[in-house]
Structure formats: structure tokens, C-alpha cells
Ligand binder design. Structure first.
Ligand SMILES: NC(=O)c1ccc[n+]([C@@H]2O[C@H](COP(=O)([O-])OP(=O)(O)OC[C@H]3O[C@@H](n4cnc5c(N)ncnc54)[C@H](OP(=O)(O)O)[C@@H]3O)[C@@H](O)[C@H]2O)c1
Length: 235
């Protein structure tokens, strides 16, 4: 798709990678950017249209989809990450919360915008996933990884169904991105703007996936090593 002249809706657009998407889309020539947030007053990027949207609220999703009928690029960026051992009883509720935000949210939004994307030319969906789609940090990311793995499977299913209406879907995988989500982790992190740059290039090229950094490329390659990386990353 062409970014120039596109009309985008970005979820979780008030900070982190979402704010970088908003800035990158404007810089690349998007004609209108709806910056969706749970608290629209926290959207600070000039030149965008703040929109109220909690992605776990089907009523808000329906309202936004019925009002924003000029959207031809949906960026499912909003996400949460709750770390902890999967054997802990609390992981069940943590998994439910992360599935609601990271998997059901993008699914409901894509369903709600599908007809709008079908009627607007040059349309696409971006789903922000993770390198943790394909492996689990020991005693930490079991529930988060499960939510992103679910979102990956949904992305692959949606890509196939959307292709018949001329809408493409780009799934984005990265290791650590330099945002609040991993503020306390001392590790190499990719800049949000670089993830956005690669994603916009993938949209323009019609590529189905982005492997934004060495971690994402390494873990993806680890799916086919013997033993595969996902059977155990070690402590
Ligand atoms: N940072 C990383 O290392 C990393 C790596 C790979 C993938 N990702 C993915 O990248 C995406 C963006 O994360 P980030 O790194 O920018 O994290 P972040 O700095 O913590 O920002 C998360 C954003 O999602 C929003 N959000 C959370 N729950 C929401 C909900 N129910 N409805 C609407 N918005 C909601 C937050 O809004 P509030 O301000 O209201 O909380 C915030 O705008 C996520 O999908 C994350 O899983 C991140």
C-alpha cells in the first residue's frame, strides 16, 4: 500500500511505539492520523486527531468503526505485558487480561473495520506482535507469549481472509523496543522509530512480516533448529 495520502488509525497512540507510529505516518505523508488512546488527552503529537478507544471495550470499537469510515490503514499496536511464572495461579487472570488486549482487541478491531477497509482503496492492517511470539522467557513471559502466539495465529488467518478484499496485513516482530514496557530491563533495545520505518517499508513493499531486529530474526530461525529454540531458552 501507499502511505502517502493514507488515513490511519493507531491504537495505543499516546506513548511508546504507538506515538512513534503516529509521528512516522505523518512524516511519510499520511493525510490523516487518528491517534486512539484510553485517555485521549494524553495524545501529545501535533497534527493528529485524538480518539477515545480502549481495545478491550467492544462498544467503543463499534463506535469508532462506525464513525471513522475513511480509514484505510489500521495499526493494532496497543498491548500489555505482565511477567510471572505460568505455574502461579495468578497467571490465569493475567493470561485472560493479555488475551483481551493483545489478541481479542486486534481481532475485534479488524472485524469492525473490515468493511471500511474493503471499500477504501489501498488498505492494510498492521499487527504488532513480538519475538516472544515464538519463545518464552523462563518463569516470566508464559502468559504474554501465549497472547502474542494467539495474535500471530489470528494474524495469519486474517491475512488470508483479508487478501480476497484487497487488504494486506503486516505482522511485526521485535525483541526489546525502547519504550516504557521494558523500561526496567537492561538490554539492547531497538528505537521505536526504526520499527516504524521498517513497518512502513513492509507496507509499501507488500511484505507480510517484519523481523525488526536480530532477536526477532534469530528466534524465528530457531523454530527450525534441532532442538527448536522454543523447547527451552535456558535460565
Ligand atoms: N517494548 C517492547 O520491548 C516490545 C517488544 C515487542 C513488542 N512490543 C509490543 O509493542 C506494542 C506497543 O507497546 P509499547 O512497547 O509501546 O508499550 P508501552 O510503552 O507500555 O505502551 C503501551 C500502549 O498500549 C496502550 N494500551 C494498553 N492497554 C490498552 C487498552 N486496553 N486499550 C487501548 N490502549 C491500551 C497504552 O495506553 P495507556 O497509556 O493508557 O496505558 C499505551 O499507549 C505492544 O503490542 C507490545 O506488546 C513491545
Amino acid at each position: 500500500m501507499k502511505i502517502q495520502g493514507s488515513v490511519a488509525l493507531v491504537t495505543g497512540a499516546n506513548r511508546g511505539l504507538g506515538a512513534a507510529f503516529v509521528e512516522g505516518l505523518l512524516a511519510a505523508g499520511a493525510s490523516k492520523v487518528y491517534a486512539a488512546a484510553r485517555t485521549p488527552a494524553t495524545v501529545t503529537v501535533p497534527g493528529v486527531i485524538p480518539v477515545l478507544l480502549d481495545v478491550t471495550r467492544p462498544d467503543q470499537i463499534e463506535r469508532v468503526a462506525s464513525e471513522l469510515t475513511d480509514v484505510n490503514l489500521l495499526v493494532n499496536n496497543a498491548g500489555i505485558g505482565e511477567m510471572g511464572p505460568i505455574l502461579a495461579p495468578s497467571s490465569v487472570e493475567a493470561l485472560r487480561r493479555q488475551l483481551e488486549t493483545n489478541a481479542f482487541g486486534p481481532l475485534l478491531l479488524t472485524q469492525a473495520f473490515a468493511s471500511t477497509l474493503a471499500s477504501n482503496q489501498n488498505s492494510a492492517v498492521v499487527n504488532v506482535l513480538s519475538a516472544l511470539t515464538w519463545f518464552t522467557l523462563p518463569s516470566a513471559s508464559g502468559a504474554y507469549s501465549a497472547s502474542k502466539a494467539a495474535a500471530w495465529a489470528l494474524s495469519n488467518a486474517l491475512r488470508q481472509e483479508l487478501s480476497s478484499q484487497g487488504t494486506s496485513l503486516v505482522a511485526v516482530h521485535a525483541g526489546y523496543i525502547d519504550t516504557d514496557l521494558v523500561r526496567g530491563i537492561a538490554a539492547p533495545k531497538i528505537a521505536p522509530a526504526e520499527v516504524v520505518r521498517q513497518t512502513l517499508a513492509a507496507l509499501e513493499a507488500g511484505a507480510p512480516e517484519v523481523f525488526a531486529d536480530d532477536t526477532a530474526r534469530h528466534v524465528h530461525a530457531g523454530l527450525t533448529t534441532k532442538p527448536p529454540m522454543y523447547v527451552g531458552m535456558g535460565a
